[in-house]
Design a protein around this ligand. Structure first.
Ligand SMILES: [Zn+2]
Ligand SMILES: [Zn+2]
Length: 207
């Protein structure tokens, strides 16, 4: 499994390519912007695109989606239903994405060649935020960052839910590499030890 990351858009969202060298298949997680560049980078890999995964529906993680689904119309897009707006919902949410959309929920799996992602529902930043878990990697979107967590003051944000989600991630057995939606990578153990939001969520859980 190879992971490449690209910072896209004005606020530097992390878009990830996850590549399975054995089957030459891969996926794109959070195509936040710069669609033409992402398509160019994807074509350079020579891999076939099996899926587009969205950690949540905010524009800074989804803006390039229409360009990608136009370029790769048969590729399935996986997103939690709670983060897709039907009509008249807050503008922070991506409108119904066009293309081959699949709604995901807790415990679902998405296979990309030989890589299998498991969906963990982690509401708090948005109601439909998810974490994608595979092998020793967690793609945490805007739920867990290195040293912090996502904001909960946008429409649909919920601090209590965020605390429960952080507790849940912290109590996964073993260690993982963390690939967040913004800024730098980390490990779950680093965040258990040093992330003040994770620590206070764990303390609240004990109270
Ligand atoms: Zn967000
Ligand atoms: Zn974001």
């Amino acid at each position: 499994m190879e992971i490449k990351s690209y910072q896209v858009g004005e606020i530097g969202t992390n878009c990830y390519f996850v590549l399975d060298g054995e089957t030459k298949r891969g996926c794109i997680i959070d195509p936040g912007d710069d669609g033409a560049r992402l398509i160019e980078e994807w074509e350079k890999t020579g891999y076939s695109l099996s899926a587009i995964l969205l950690t949540h529906g905010h524009y800074d993680h989804t803006t390039a989606l229409p360009e990608l689904t136009a370029a790769y119309p048969s590729v399935p897009v996986y997103v939690h239903r709670e983060d897709v707006c039907e009509r008249g919902q807050p503008a922070f949410y991506q409108c119904m994405p066009s293309g081959n959309v699949h709604y995901i929920k807790e415990g679902d799996t998405v296979a990309v060649g030989g890589i299998v992602f498991t969906v963990l529902e982690t509401p708090g930043h948005t109601p439909g935020s998810v974490v994608f878990q595979t092998k020793d990697a967690l793609f945490t979107g805007d739920t867990l960052f290195a040293g912090s967590c996502g904001r909960v003051d946008f429409p649909g944000g919920d601090w209590g839910a965020m605390c429960a989600s952080l507790r849940r991630l912290a109590s996964l057995p073993g260690d993982y590499r963390i690939y967040p939606g913004h800024e730098w990578t980390s490990t779950l153990e680093n965040e258990r030890q040093g992330n003040p939001y994770v620590r206070s969520a764990l303390q609240l859980g004990q109270a």
